[in-house]
Every structure is written in C-alpha cells, then in structure tokens.
Design a protein around this ligand. Structure first.
Ligand SMILES: C[S@@+](CC[C@H](N)C(=O)[O-])C[C@H]1O[C@@H](n2cnc3c(N)ncnc32)[C@H](O)[C@@H]1O
Length: 312
C-alpha cells in the first residue's frame, strides 16, 4: 500500500473463537462477496476478533447481515502511514542497531509473490540494500499490515534487551547463537537478533499478514539466510531448541508457554506484551516451573518487559 492510501479497519467480534476458522480457511469472496473481497487487503484473527483491512471505505452491512453472530465493534479510518502511529516515523537507534521504518511496499498476499532482495522496494531513498549482514546498515522494517515497526514500547524494550545481550562483555554466557521469536509480527526482533550476531533464528506467527511481512523484511535486509519465518502457533514450538527465546505476546499465550516448559533450557528469555499486573501473574506462573533471575525489567507507561535468565 502507498503511504498516503486509505486504510479502513473493521474490528469485528465473532462471539466465539470457534467461529473464526472459516474466515481463515474459506476464500474471502465466499463470505464477503466479490465487492468487499475485491478491496480486502488482509485479514487478521486475534482471540475472538476478526480484523478486516480495506484500501477504501466499505459498507459491510450485507456481510454482517449474513452472519448475525458477528458484531462490528469499531471502524478505524486512517492513512496507511498512520498504521500503528507510524506516520513519518524517523529512523531510531537502539544500541548498535538503527531501525528504519519503511511504509508503503506492496508485497502481495503471499511469500512467493514478495519481491526478491528489495527489487521493487520503496526504502526511504536508501537505494537497494547491500548484501550480507552488518550492524552499520539500518534494519529496514516494512510493517505491511503486521505489528511491530519498532515504535511500540513493548518492541522497543525487547530491542533494548537484545542490544544488551549482544553487547560484548556484558553477559555471563556467550551471546546466543540461536533464537526463537514467538509472535514475530514484522520479524523485527528476529531480524535484530540476526543483525546483532545470532546465526540461526526462527520466527513464528499465527497470522498470515505477519508471516508475509516478516518474510518480506528478511529479504529486504538480506537476512533470509539466517532468519526463517513460519506460520505456526507459538504453543506448537514451545520445545523448539534455541538459546534465546523472544516472546512479545499476550499473557494467555505466555501462560500456555510456561505450562509447556518453553522457558526451560534457554540461556535467556525476553518476555514482553504484559501490563504491569500481568507481569506479576506471569512471574508467579514461571517461578515454580523455572527458578530464574530477572536480569532487567523495563516499564513504560502501560507495559512491562523482562530479560530472564534461568538460575544456575
Ligand atoms: C505484540 S505483537 C509482537 C510483534 C513483534 N514481535 C514485536 O515485538 O513488535 C504479538 C504477535 O504475536 C502473534 N500471536 C499472538 N498469539 C499467537 C500465537 N498463539 N501463536 C503465534 N503467534 C501469535 C500476533 O499475531 C502478533 O503478530
């Protein structure tokens, strides 16, 4: 989408998470009709909410009338470059990494249709990205319609922890060589870890939109060799081996991850996406399962994030 093109987001409550499956598996024409489906840019499912993204104002009444269990909670109308409050976001640095948000690459609905190595990428006048990882180069992050161009306090805190972990001489163990990013969104944390020195990173998200964006961003930064992105439930990869676990993800998922032992056997975990009271709940859940040290905690206006190391 172009930075100045309209973005209309319908936030629809589905009544029950089970109702969501069809909206993912069926072609959009079959439930939206041809006109709405024609201007649909993407669809995201979260808990029992369905988010529909359009490139223009739409009238969803016919669609909603056919599915009485659906309730339109809000319609958001914005310009695409305001998505996630990103309008005019300047580049910013966290430790040695500079993040350059890039709004406006039309990279299509699937990984196979994404441009190769930045070939048709509007990257803020930088020219095509150069090959090979390197910390001096900005990390280009195109959010597409996914979460995480870097402006959100939870993402920012995770980036700060990453910069700390990979700063020479500041960690007990060597810096993690492998990382698992659960709920990778745009891939920003996975890509930052790779830029900072992780050799192999797996990023997962349950959202098609996120996987498309993260794959695109991996190619855009020439990091597709070290960062793999898959569409999957975080819970299904709880046991996947990696020395660093990144999880900027809601508490109900973290709760499952604790139960599944996802934090055991790691050198470090970075956890975010928690309101302060949820942070207490998370630590209460984690403590009996895994004795640990909180190496760092960052609190912003609404969020708390932790850098965790299992007790020796
Ligand atoms: C707060 S965003 C974080 C994105 C990015 N890691 C960042 O830090 O900016 C959380 C992401 O987790 C994904 N997510 C939520 N529940 C999930 C689950 N059970 N399995 C996989 N991904 C999930 C969402 O789609 C969303 O992209």
């Amino acid at each position: 989408m172009k930075p100045d093109s309209p973005l209309v987001i319908l936030e629809i409550r589905t009544g029950h998470p089970d109702n969501l499956a069809r909206f993912e598996s069926d072609p959009p024409e079959s439930f939206l009709g041809p006109e709405l489906a024609g201007s649909l840019k993407g669809l995201h499912l979260e808990a029992d909410f369905l988010f529909l993204f359009f490139a223009k104002s739409v009238d969803p009444q016919d669609f909603l009338a056919r599915f009485p269990e659906l309730e339109l909670r809000q319609t958001h109308e914005l310009r695409y470059d305001q998505w996630q409050d990103g309008a005019g976001s300047p580049p910013f640095s966290v430790g040695p990494i500079t993040i350059r948000p890039v709004f406006g690459t039309d990279f299509g609905p699937g990984p196979d249709q994404a441009p190769k190595n930045g070939q048709d990428v509007a990257n803020g006048g930088l020219g095509a990205p150069q090959g090979g990882p390197g910390i001096a180069k900005p990390l280009l992050i195109d959010p597409g319609l996914a979460f995480g161009f870097g402006g959100h306090p939870t993402t920012r805190a995770c980036l700060e922890f990453l910069a700390r972990l990979y700063r020479p001489g500041t960690t007990v163990s060597p810096s993690p060589e492998t990382a698992l990013d659960l709920g990778c969104g745009t891939g920003i944390l996975a890509l930052a870890a790779a830029r900072l020195g992780a050799k192999k990173v797996l990023g997962l998200d349950h959202s098609h939109l996120a996987v498309d964006a993260a794959n695109h961003n991996a190619r855009l930064n020439n990091l597709a060799g070290s960062v793999t992105v898959k569409r999957a439930l975080a819970q299904d990869f709880a046991a996947y081996p990696a020395s660093l676990l990144l999880a900027n993800i809601p508490l109900f998922v973290l709760r499952d991850l604790v139960e599944l032992g996802a934090f055991a056997g790691r050198d470090y975990s970075i956890v975010s996406g928690l309101l302060p009271e949820e942070g207490d709940t998370f630590l209460e859940l984690l403590s009996p399962k895994l004795p640990h040290k909180i190496l760092d905690a960052r609190r912003s206006d609404r969020w708390i994030s932790y850098l965790i190391q299992p007790a020796a």
